[in-house]
Design a protein around this ligand. Structure first.
Ligand SMILES: O=C(O)C(=O)C[C@]1(C(=O)O)C=C[C@@H](O)C=C1
Length: 300
């Protein structure tokens, strides 16, 4: 779960230059850890596809319509809404009609122009259709509550990560060297041009390299006998074997170590979904930016 209660965006804690791109990227790097752990935890359960289907017979007679995931998500988001999670500009709910906060409102610095960009429906669809089948073993282990709880944790942190693209986009728009070019592309409604201008391949490559390393290390069973060469092997993608074939990966001692997640898969999830969705948020945000220009000036 993100740190919404002690959000770095609340006015008390907000650093004076929050729209500094390096700071924003640092936050994205921190989210990587949470995302990798969330995926590892979800991978501990079977696909349990019934939790994603509407009115599945396994949940017959229970007091909800729609999928079990939607039910549990709405229940959890309702509690979080009451403690004002979704008043924070870096938090986006998946459910509709959530209750009002019971706590008085916090004041956040105005970093973004008012917008209702929310890609959670797309994110959820991709997560169910593409991520789960490649992340989890086939079948049904009956751990519906646990698997769904892990889904919710993963979806919430992925959502925060993707929508952080709004801060990235505002920071990029504030860069006076590029602002005139952004304005030209926005006026021309040139989505591809905006995406090309905001893309930074070097940052993406560093990210994917770092991510592979994190997935390799965090996904390894660590015990007190672990050696340097174990870690070196962990970083060698060729040492990874699927969970199902319990293969020796740690040399000659005869101990069995199993990787909890395929680092390549984590890299693919970022390459194919997380970064593209973040860029989509950035492009959407920038396309609406001129409706608030020059009237909207971030309060930092
Ligand atoms: O760091 C940036 O500049 C971003 O726009 C974020 C991000 C990402 O999703 O990590 C997206 C696009 C860039 O090509 C690089 C990285």
């Amino acid at each position: 779960m993100s740190n919404f209660s002690a959000s770095s965006l609340s006015s008390k804690d907000a650093p004076p230059n929050f729209l500094n791109l390096d700071r924003i990227r640092h936050e994205l790097v921190q989210m990587e850890d949470t995302i990798v752990f969330a995926l590892i935890e979800r991978a501990g359960f079977a696909q349990n596809l019934c939790i994603y289907s509407e009115q599945h017979e396994n949940f017959e007679g229970l007091p909800f319509n729609g999928s079990f995931l939607d039910y549990l998500m709405a229940e959890m988001e309702a509690v979080h809404a009451k403690v004002r999670r979704y008043t924070s500009p870096d938090e986006y709910p998946f459910s509709k009609d959530l209750p009002e906060p019971i706590l008085p409102p916090l004041t956040f610095p105005r970093l973004l122009y008012p917008n209702d960009i929310n890609l959670n429906a797309t994110l959820k669809k991709i997560y169910i259709e593409k991520v789960i089948p490649s992340l989890c073993k086939d079948g049904d282990d009956k751990n519906y509550g646990s698997a769904t709880t892990k889904d919710i944790e993963a979806l919430q942190i992925l959502s925060r990560r993707i929508h952080f693209g709004k801060f990235v986009a505002e920071a990029k728009f504030q860069d006076l060297k590029l602002q005139a070019e952004y304005i030209r592309l926005i006026k021309a409604k040139d989505r591809d041009g905006i995406e090309a201008l905001l893309t930074n391949r070097a940052v993406e490559e560093r990210l994917l390299k770092r991510l592979r390393l994190k997935a390799s290390i965090y996904g390894q069973e660590i015990d007190e006998t672990i050696t340097g060469s174990d870690m070196a092997k962990a970083m060698d993608e060729s040492s990874w074997r699927s969970q199902s074939d319990l293969t020796l990966v740690d040399g000659d001692e005869g101990k069995k170590k199993v990787k909890k997640i395929d680092p390549d898969l984590v890299v693919r999830i970022y390459e194919q979904f997380v970064i593209p969705l973040t860029k989509e948020v950035e492009v959407e945000y920038l396309l609406g930016r001129l409706e608030h220009y020059p009237s909207f000036v971030p309060s930092v």
